[in-house]
Ligand binder design. Structure first.
Ligand SMILES: [Zn+2]
Length: 329
């Protein structure tokens, strides 16, 4: 056996199943690590091309990753003005939905977080349902008037068939350990002609390819899998969904994702600035205040530059996030 074929064989993984199709035949692409310094590998399935995290995170790793620091400790996930900026983006999402479908349509948001996106839709006259895991975010969502909140996971018998006019998953799909099962349920509970919006990190973006294991949006161990837009669109075809719109630009996500990934290349820990902005003092306590201030100055001072670069990246179809709007046939 030649040296090069031995090298290729070491990269073949026949143990860890693909998160999407469950095939045990993937290729190891590059290593990565979590904020808790647990080591993982990013693999690409040789059957369905899904990119996924291996090995599967343990229940302890997931419990730690989704502790209260993930949702923020106070009334909001992020500190002051950032939470207000995020609220603006949540209302922009509500406006986007209202372009496609008029009130009083029924909307389901899977992984609804603090529920502010749905709160905006309720104000416009929609009937809104949200699903969120137990925790701080669900406690915040519970306070929104007229929001039908289910705490837990989407289940097969949770809603009647052909019930919703639109279903949204804003940066939630990649967190699911059984994505195919979720799509089967969505296929059942959405009306014919209904809309499904999925936003998720773009594993085929320039920033993903540049930063590899240090890319912020890999977010191990919370993000379990990724798909390129064309792979996702062809998978969705099998669930009777046609892709009607694809957008790669997000001012909310893309510039910051590049900025934090650059910092990850220089620091021992990943996502230090991101955690500092969430007020996660336990995580950032090893960093002197001047280091955190310098990171914040870098964030604000270089934001226009990275917003420009993110715009270029997106215009070339290689933006850091993707938002896909599907319509059920
Ligand atoms: Zn697969």
């Amino acid at each position: 056996m030649s040296c090069s074929s031995q090298k290729i064989n070491r990269r073949i993984d026949t143990i860890n199943p693909c998160v999407y199709c469950r095939a045990r035949r993937s290729v190891k692409e590059y290593p990565t690590y979590s904020i808790g310094h647990d080591h993982f590998s990013i693999n690409r399935c040789l059957v369905c091309r899904t990119v996924f995290l291996t090995p599967s995170p343990t229940p302890e790793q997931l419990k730690q990753a989704y502790d209260d620091s993930y949702y923020g400790r106070g009334q909001a996930k992020f500190i002051g003005f950032i939470e207000r900026v995020l609220d603006y983006f949540r209302s922009a999402r509500a406006r986007k939905v209202s372009k496609y479908i008029s009130p009083p349509a029924k909307i389901l948001d899977i992984g609804c977080g603090n529920g502010n996106f749905l709160g905006n839709l309720i104000d416009k006259g929609y009937e809104a349902c949200g699903i969120e895991l137990p925790g701080k975010a669900a406690q915040r969502a519970r306070k929104i008037p007229r929001l039908h909140l289910k705490i837990g996971r989407l289940s097969a018998n949770g809603f009647p068939d052909k019930y919703f006019d639109a279903i949204t998953m804003w940066h939630v799909f990649e967190h699911l350990s059984e994505p195919k099962n979720t799509l089967e349920i969505i296929q059942k509970i959405i009306k014919p002609g209904g809309y499904l919006i999925i936003s998720m990190p773009n594993i085929e973006s320039f920033q993903s390819r540049l930063f590899r294991g240090k890319w912020l949006a890999l977010d191990p161990p919370k993000h379990l899998f990724f798909m390129g837009a064309s792979d996702l669109a062809s998978n969705m075809k099998k669930f009777d969904f046609d892709l009607i719109k694809l957008n790669y630009f997000s001012l909310e996500q893309n510039p910051f994702c590049i900025q934090q990934s650059i910092l990850n290349c220089f620091l021992d820990d990943r996502e230090v600035l991101f955690e500092a902005l969430k007020g996660n003092n336990t995580y950032t306590k090893h960093y002197p205040p001047c280091s955190l201030i310098l990171q914040k100055i870098f964030y604000i001072g270089s934001f226009p530059l990275f917003a420009f670069l993110a715009t270029v990246e997106s215009a070339l179809g290689k933006g850091g996030t993707m938002e896909l709007i599907f319509r059920k046939t």
